[in-house]
Write a protein that binds this ligand. Structure first.
Ligand code: NAI
Ligand code: MG
Length: 343
């Protein structure tokens, strides 16, 4: 994408719930020091929005993203069991954000070194369409729980093509398709078959193999270096991307992008971390790396590279780390140290 570097790019900023406002404030401060070209339109979503306006996904927030087609989003709390439907899922559906890209790259050498895997997750189909209902028996209204998953050939082809195009563009050589086609023969069999069809178009350029999800989860622990890119259905991608985060030091170091035809939303892989919210100790690096993906998306690879280098220097050379990485720095202290590296 060619961007006029002198003009500002309108972008929606959703601080989110829990640790969201803390890590987002740190990220915005660092982006200012970096000279990132975003002009923020701050909007609310999640519990924060519910408390303020009675709606977890206000129309003003949707309208803002419709206008900017670009957002940086903090994590949003979703009640488990009852309560409102996930705002994350609603946003992905509203803007057809069909591709969730979650890179896992070692920055802090730890249990594993030199991990460099990109997970591409189908983001709007599969079991997350969550067509669910209960069947009552006798006086138990919840005697049976039913959930229906849905994959379409069109949706499978779209995400497979996205993954292969990503591989070509980023010089990746192999895509491993993750499925459970031995059991969920229709739902994930269609995903696998369609990926195989698409792979034929890329023969000689990008290789493809496949793994059953449970075996893949184990292989990721035993020998993660055998993987280059993973292409996953919605649920498996959600689970394995947290596993990938674990391989590179935890959820504090894992960014993601949600890409669609109508918008792109960037966020950390992790959630709102209610256990540490408001304490000023959250690791802002996932959100910072998400902002880096956003810079790449708008064609500012130069700024993204500077940001990533400064993050690595702050963590490794300055040894400024938050609690989750064994340090004692606060969110703010990390941001200040990073800004020193950026200026
Ligand atoms: P979580 O990812 O919020 O937290 C899991 C563990 O990782 C916690 O111990 C937390 O303290 C730690 N952690 C997460 N991010 C961290 C950070 N930046 N720095 C240091 N430690 C960090 O997952 P959990 O607790 O299962 O979910 C909490 C809420 O977040 C739920 O309501 C869930 O629905 C929501 N959620 C939202 C997501 C989003 O908005 N994209 C993604 C995942 C969960
Ligand atoms: Mg998740």
């Amino acid at each position: 994408m060619n961007i006029d570097t002198t003009s500002l790019i309108p972008a929606t900023l959703i601080p989110g719930d829990g640790i969201g406002p803390e890590i987002t404030a740190a990220t915005v401060k660092a982006l200012e020091a970096l000279g990132a070209p975003f002009e923020w339109d701050v909007q609310q979503a999640g519990m924060t929005a519910l408390e303020q306006s009675g709606d977890p996904l206000p129309e003003a927030t949707l309208a803002s993203i419709r206008r900017t087609k670009l957002a940086l989003k903090g994590p949003l709390t979703t009640p488990s069991g009852g309560g409102f439907r996930s705002v994350n899922v609603r946003l992905r559906e509203a803007f057809k954000l069909y591709a969730n890209v979650r890179p896992a790259l070692t920055i802090v050498p730890g249990r594993y070194e030199d991990i460099d895997i990109v997970l591409v997750r189908e983001n709007i189909e599969g079991l997350y369409v969550a067509h669910e209902h209960y069947i009552p028996i006798g006086d138990d209204p919840h005697a049976v729980a039913i959930s229906t998953g849905m994959n379409t050939r069109e949706g499978c082809r779209r995400i497979a093509r996205f993954a292969f195009e990503y591989a070509v563009k980023h010089g990746r050589r192999k895509i491993t398709v993750v499925h459970k086609a031995n059991i969920l023969k229709a739902l994930t069999g269609l995903f696998l078959d369609t990926a195989r069809d698409v792979a034929r178009e890329y023969e000689g350029r990008v290789a493809m193999d496949d793994r059953i999800v449970d075996a893949c989860a184990m292989q990721l622990v035993l020998n993660p270096w055998q993987f280059d890119m993973l292409l996953c259905t919605n649920l498996f991608g959600d689970i394995l991307s947290d596993e990938l985060a674990g391989l590179v030091g935890g959820l504090g170091l894992a960014p993601g992008s949600n890409i669609g035809e109508e918008a792109a939303i960037f966020e950390a892989v992790h959630g709102s971390a209610p256990d540490i919210a408001g304490k000023g100790v959250a690791n802002p690096v996932s959100q910072l790396l998400a902002a880096g993906l956003m810079l790449e998306h708008v064609g500012r690879d130069d700024l993204a590279a500077r940001l990533k280098t400064a993050i690595a220097q702050t963590l490794n050379e300055d040894a400024v780390r938050t609690r989750d990485l064994g340090g004692d720095a606060s969110t703010e202290r990390f941001a200040d140290a990073l800004i020193e590296r950026l200026s």
